[in-house]
Structure formats: C-alpha cells, structure tokens
Design a protein around this ligand. Structure first.
Ligand code: ZN
Length: 370
C-alpha cells in the first residue's frame, strides 16, 4: 500500500470557459452551448471520490498559487501579462483555442502551483506518489501562448521547479492524453534532463506534431519519444506501448521522478478522441508504471490531470488510477466497463504493431536497449 497525495481545489472548477459550442466560439451558425473543457468532468471525478468514501484513503495536499517567477521559468513576460489582463477584464482567448474567463489568471496559478505542491510532497517523502486533479490543464501550452485549452504548462513549471530546487537531475514525463504533449515536448526539446514520452492519436491535435521521427534536437536528441497510435487503439496497443517502448526507455534513462500527463480522453466514450481505453486499462498502465518507478526512483510518480471530456466516464477512469496508486480497492464497479471492454479490436492490431516497431527502434538507437 502507498501513501497517495491528492490535490484539488474548488476554484479549479471556477475557471470559466464560457458558452462555446464544443471548442468553437459561439455565434451563427454555432448555437451557444458548453465548452468541451467544462468543470463538470473534473468535479464529478472529485464527487465520486467523496460519494464512495475513497477520498479517505488519500492524503490531501493543499495547492498554493505558483509565483510569477515560477511561471516565468517557462512562459514569457508578455504572455503572462496578456493572461493577467484578459483575466482582470471579461476574458478572451489566450492564444489558440484557450478561453480565459474573468479570474482565470489566479486559478491558472493555483493549477500550476498545485502540481508544485504535489511535487514538493513526493520529493520530501511526505507521500509516495500523488494525483493532481487540477484545471486548467497544461500540456499544450507554449511559452508565449495558450493552446488547446491549456493556459500555463503545469508539468513544465513543476519540472523546472524540481530541477532548480529539489536536487532532481533527470525527469521523465509520460503523457497518455489522447492528444500530443506538444508544450512539454517543446519546452525540453533540446534538454536531456527531461525525457518526454507521448502516446497519442496520430495527427489529431496539434496537427503535424508528435511524429515517431520527432526525437528532440541538440543535447536533447533521443530524449523525446513519440507514439502516434492509429485511431481505434485499445488496451492491447496501450499495454504494448508501455511494455515495448515506455518501460525500456525509462529503465535506460533512470529518472529521479516521473510525471504523468493524465488525460482520460483516450477512453472509449470520449467526444474528443477516437480510442478505446477504459478504466481497467488505465489501472493496468498505472500498475506497470508503478513497478518501473519502484525499481528506479522509489516509486516517485506525480500525475497531473489533463484532458478527458466525458463527464460520466472520466470519474471511473480517475478512480481506477487512484486505486492503483494508493493500493486500495474502492469496491466501486465501473458500470461501463463491460461495454468498453467488449468492443472489437482491443488486441494489438497490425498497424499499431508497425508503429510500435518504429518507436522501439528510436529507443534502441538512442538508448541501446529494447
Ligand atoms: Zn487531450
């Protein structure tokens, strides 16, 4: 059993993404509606932890706001000021598809700061591992603009904090969100102190990013690993990706700390992804990662919530990941699991296998192992 930290704050759900229609700004021909990245998905995850009593198994960690200095380790002053101005006013778009509401700036500071709080606790040994159920998300954000609903690069900022202040020398970021972790990858593109591993749906968002041939540059060459999986990938593909690519890469790299960009939008029920993952699949990936982390870095894993847009299914994926992290069963059955697990094509398909072979070659080429 592990002592698992959990970070949440009610204000995370007060980041107002407005009356968008999906992820498009409303206005004819788009009837105003609700943004995909709305608060309910995350709040219902927290509510399931409360209603089931599972929250009592978790060690609650209070988030703090990240300081401007911490944000500026990654972002430009211009961008920070732009977000601040929009947030004081009536909001706007922080770059590309990134709505800012009134007051979003302080909430984004609290979102990045929540990850710093969790990282501090894991590195201090107060907890063994941690999950941060924060909002707004972070893995698409660039230094000078928000992208894909992400305001500040939460993981990038926490990683830079760990490198600067916590004696950490090597960090791995495993990104299982259905979209490419472009912001994290760009931040450390030429930096071998952070290995980024992203498994995502091939050429979805951002378009043109996350190719298997994208491996980093300069001193960072070989420290970016990408698995652009074909649409329709299920648990067979994700488990093979872990066994054949993630595990050998991590064992060769030997990180001091592992972050996970934990989006649940690769689930079978997600409106913004075309994959077939389910709660048992995420539990399996978490268990695999914990075994590796136990061997390499005393089990130090910090998960940051990213995407996941099915309000009814994200809570079950999240609970299942926490069950693995903390080593307690909740006794709650996922009522959707039989439907998701019964879909055809969960076993590794030929096209998925071919892609993984290319990613295995990347790991082999740069890290001399399979
Ligand atoms: Zn996503």
């Amino acid at each position: 059993m592990k002592k698992t930290g959990f970070v949440y704050h009610e204000l995370y759900t007060w980041h107002d993404t407005g009356n968008y229609a999906g992820f498009m700004a409303p206005g004819f021909p788009l009837q105003p509606g609700m943004h995909n990245e709305h608060p309910e998905t995350k709040r219902r995850f927290k509510n399931l932890l409360d209603a089931s009593g599972y929250i009592d198994n978790l060690h609650l960690i209070k988030p703090r706001e990240a300081t401007e200095e911490e944000i500026l380790r990654f972002h430009t002053v211009d961008y920070l000021n732009r977000v601040k101005e929009m947030s004081v006013g009536s909001g706007g778009d922080a770059g590309e598809l990134t709505p800012i509401g009134h007051g979003s700036y302080e909430i984004a500071l609290l979102s990045a700061g929540g990850l710093i709080s969790a990282t501090d606790a894991v590195m201090a040994g107060t907890v063994d591992n941690a999950y941060v159920l924060n909002r707004p998300p972070g893995h698409h954000a660039d230094a000078d603009q928000g992208r894909g609903f992400c305001v500040f690069g939460n993981i990038v900022i926490a990683a830079k904090h760990a490198l600067a202040n916590l004696g950490v020398e090597r960090i791995a970021v495993v990104d299982w969100d259905v979209h490419h972790g472009n912001g994290t990858e760009t931040a450390f593109w030429e930096d071998p102190r952070v290995m980024t591993i992203s498994m995502h749906q091939d050429n979805w968002y951002p378009q043109g990013r996350g190719l298997v041939t994208d491996v980093g540059e300069g001193k960072g060459e070989g420290y970016a690993i990408n698995m652009p999986l074909p649409p329709g990938s299920g648990t067979g593909a994700y488990e093979a990706a872990f066994d054949r690519v993630v595990e050998p890469a991590l064992r060769a790299y030997k990180p001091d700390l592992i972050f996970v960009a934990s989006g649940f939008d690769a689930s079978a029920f997600d409106p913004l992804g075309r994959m077939m993952m389910h709660s048992a699949g995420y539990n399996s990936l978490t268990t695999k990662l914990m075994t590796i982390a136990d061997d390499l870095c005393d089990g130090r894993i910090v998960m940051a919530h990213e995407g996941g847009y099915s309000p009814y299914y994200v809570p079950f994926c999240g609970l299942s990941v926490l069950e693995a992290l903390a080593g307690h069963k909740s006794g709650v059955e996922d009522p959707y699991l039989d439907f998701a697990a019964g879909m055809g094509g969960h076993e590794l398909q030929y096209s998925q296998d071919q892609l993984l072979k290319q990613a295995e070659e990347v790991v082999q080429r740069y890290h001399g192992t399979k």
